[in-house]
Design a protein around this ligand. Structure first.
Ligand code: SF4
Length: 93
């Protein structure tokens, strides 16, 4: 990964870490409903996320914490498939 791509990933990660807090604050202040807050969070592109439509090393969207059945992801632009994978995979607890 070159430095420009790395900087974009770090920047996006920072955004993702801050966005939920901002959304939660807006919800708690009554500015947004939870659904509205979820809709306003930016999603990462599939290219930036290195999304692929196949599993990687036993990891796949259907067992990722960010997966929203049947074909959506909370942080990566839709559509995704249950058998897909990206570099932001987080195993469900
Ligand atoms: S692996 Fe990536 S694209 Fe799939 S659900 Fe998880 S974060 Fe979303």
């Amino acid at each position: 990964m070159d430095i420009l791509a790395f900087t974009k990933v770090i920047s996006r990660r920072s955004l993702l870490k801050g966005a939920p807090l901002a959304a939660a604050t807006a919800v708690s202040l009554g500015c947004l409903t939870p659904g509205e807050a979820a809709e306003q969070q930016p999603k990462l592109s599939q290219a930036l996320s290195k999304y692929q439509g196949t599993p990687k090393n036993g990891q796949q969207c259907s067992n990722c914490s960010h997966f929203v059945a049947p074909a959506s992801c909370a942080i990566v632009v839709d559509p995704v498939v249950p058998q897909g994978w990206c570099q932001f995979y987080v195993a469900k607890p």
